[in-house]
Design a protein around this ligand. Sequence first.
Ligand SMILES: *[C@@H]1O[C@H](CO)[C@@H](O)[C@H](O)[C@H]1NC(C)=O
Ligand SMILES: *[C@@H]1O[C@H](CO)[C@@H](O)[C@H](O)[C@H]1NC(C)=O
Ligand SMILES: *[C@@H]1O[C@H](CO)[C@@H](O)[C@H](O)[C@H]1NC(C)=O
Ligand SMILES: *[C@@H]1O[C@H](CO)[C@@H](O)[C@H](O)[C@H]1NC(C)=O
Ligand SMILES: *[C@@H]1O[C@H](CO)[C@@H](O)[C@H](O)[C@H]1NC(C)=O
Ligand SMILES: *[C@@H]1O[C@H](CO)[C@@H](O)[C@H](O)[C@H]1NC(C)=O
Ligand SMILES: *[C@@H]1O[C@H](CO)[C@@H](O)[C@H](O)[C@H]1NC(C)=O
Length: 622
Amino acid sequence: MAFLRTAFLLHFLHLCALNWGAWGKVELNMNDNLEVYLSDSAEIPCHYSFTDADKEPSFVMIQWFVRAAGNTTRMRIFYGDGSQQIIDNNTDYSSRINVTSDHKGTILIIKNVQLSDEREFFCQVNGLAAGNAERKTHLRVFAPPAAPVIEGVLTGISVTNSVPSKVASCEAQNGFPKPNITWYRNGLQLTPSSGYVNVLTLVTRESSGFYSVQSTLEYNVVKKDKDSHFSCEVIFSVPGAIRTMESHSINITVHYPSTMVELWKELPQGLVKEGDTVQLRCHGDGNPPSPFIFTREQEPDEDLESSGNLLILSPVSRKDSGLYQCQPLDAVGNKDVKGEVQLTVHYLDPAVVVPKDSEFMLKGEGLIATCNALSSLKTKTIWYKDGRKVGEGNSLHLTDATYETSGKYMCEVTAPALPTLRTSGSIHIIVQGGPQMVGEEEAVQLEEVTGRTVNLSCEVKGHPPPSITWSIIGSQSWQEVVSKANDHVIHSTVSVLVTSDVSALCNASNDMGTDVKAFSIKAIPRVTTTASFSPVEGGGVIIVVIILCLLLLAVLGSVFYFLHKKGKIPCGRSGKQEITKEKATKDDIVVEMKTNTKNEEAVLLKGVNGEQKGPNDQVTVV
Ligand SMILES: *[C@@H]1O[C@H](CO)[C@@H](O)[C@H](O)[C@H]1NC(C)=O
Ligand SMILES: *[C@@H]1O[C@H](CO)[C@@H](O)[C@H](O)[C@H]1NC(C)=O
Ligand SMILES: *[C@@H]1O[C@H](CO)[C@@H](O)[C@H](O)[C@H]1NC(C)=O
Ligand SMILES: *[C@@H]1O[C@H](CO)[C@@H](O)[C@H](O)[C@H]1NC(C)=O
Ligand SMILES: *[C@@H]1O[C@H](CO)[C@@H](O)[C@H](O)[C@H]1NC(C)=O
Ligand SMILES: *[C@@H]1O[C@H](CO)[C@@H](O)[C@H](O)[C@H]1NC(C)=O
Ligand SMILES: *[C@@H]1O[C@H](CO)[C@@H](O)[C@H](O)[C@H]1NC(C)=O
């Protein structure tokens, strides 16, 4: 037993001596790592040299092995020596490798590198007595991922969320090795920080061996992020470098409450009057636009009915005046966020005219009429009569009334600041007084040929409308041919057949008095034409004598007539004087008639109808 042990030990020592003494040494030179793109060819060099130059080996055996990570056993894929080069059958590499060798080294060429080729490749060189050695290279395979795809959250993100909200997600697919994703906001990198920025990463190993990385950004959104843009970047390794690829930018919808609210009157433009439709619009700077609560300062607890951001008041009255407020629903709790607008509804009440409706005035009297309309604005009053401006201001002064003063007076009240605001009132003025002849002449003298007719006209003013009666002396045939009344003028015309001198009296009277106009017509005899004879047939001398006698009588008669007429002139004059005298007594008559005021209407009717009544015939010109 001891012999055997000694013999074994001797043999071991011998081997050691061969190795360290007689046997040479091989130096192998290999890179620790080789980085290649997927599908490229990888060339793994393995240089060797024998340290003992004297013992240059005659036989060198080269073998390549491969070992996957985490596997202790390895597999040969190539064998070569001076006489043969063998690519092992039935390995992953049987069809994809080639080995080129010379006396200094060997190169393993792997074509169409796969992800699974990320393995350790061993190069073993054995020169027998010249020595042997083994080293390895770790082959690293790289596959850039596809460009990152970013997707923003489509719904609005509220700034009031207490925890970071999901903002966007980003995916980089099919990379190798695992790529990383980083986030940017406005070009600045977002680093995860608790409570503000969270980045959730999901890594998927595809069946093909690639890595897909999905990253979700959660972020505490603030209002100014409505203008921010977000992007993601994928960071991945390639042989010898680190590359990046950026996604496009997205923006997000940020929801934030209003901090400023404005309320304004949209309609109507300018001043508001009663009856208008008023639109008040409210606008807040929050997003999304918030609905509003409209209130009035007078009733702060009563919500006004509105549609969205519009408050419609229709029709408005002065009671609607006041301070209006709107508050966004998204800022309830913050009482300071509100809009305000003062609404003033202007008004103009109906005009009140004093005296109202109709007013009687006596001729020569004065009157002050007033026209007032209550308004919230400064007003302007203008008086009109028959479309003509007759006064300005609240009161209208009528002095020394005449019949022309009679009529309808309109007062128009306007508010110059709001021209559509207007009202008007009216008063009817009736000037009362006795009859008054139109025209200068009190007595008219005419001459007319006997046998003709002459028209005598009489125009008279007065209120109540006077009635006109004619008394005509000296004519058997006369009649009223015109009788009309308009406004305050009564007109009467009589047609008189002149047979002899005529004196006519137009008597106008009403309750207030009487006025007369006298006419006298001097009848001019008709100029007689010379009678022509015709010889008497059958010749009677007696007849001729009779005719001559008659002619003589006629001449004598004419002479007598002329003499007689000359003697009668003074009579006509005295008649006229009597007419004027009658006028002088007029006043007495007026006093008498005034007592009989109950007959006013009857007289007025008479005047209007222009009837010639029987009793008038009783009036006789003295
Ligand atoms: C280790 O590698 C050998 C040869 O390639 C293979 O047959 C074996 O299944 C591998 N073992 C593991 C645990 O991968
Ligand atoms: C490998 O395959 C080739 C061709 O198919 C064959 O000629 C050879 O004998 C095989 N070698 C071994 C070791 O199986
Ligand atoms: C290996 O090299 C030989 C000669 O250069 C060539 O004909 C052959 O196609 C190569 N094989 C591979 C798998 O590249
Ligand atoms: C990805 O991130 C990990 C961990 O921070 C790091 O170790 C690795 O180098 C990164 N990869 C790249 C390609 O930057
Ligand atoms: C933000 O988004 C809106 C619509 O979603 C788009 O109109 C706008 O151009 C975007 N702005 C930026 C900077 O991307
Ligand atoms: C008198 O007046 C009437 C009515 O207007 C008229 O028809 C007549 O011709 C007038 N006569 C004279 C002489 O003017
Ligand atoms: C005129 O008429 C009135 C009333 O009919 C009468 O009272 C008056 O005496 C008359 N005047 C004259 C001058 O005839």
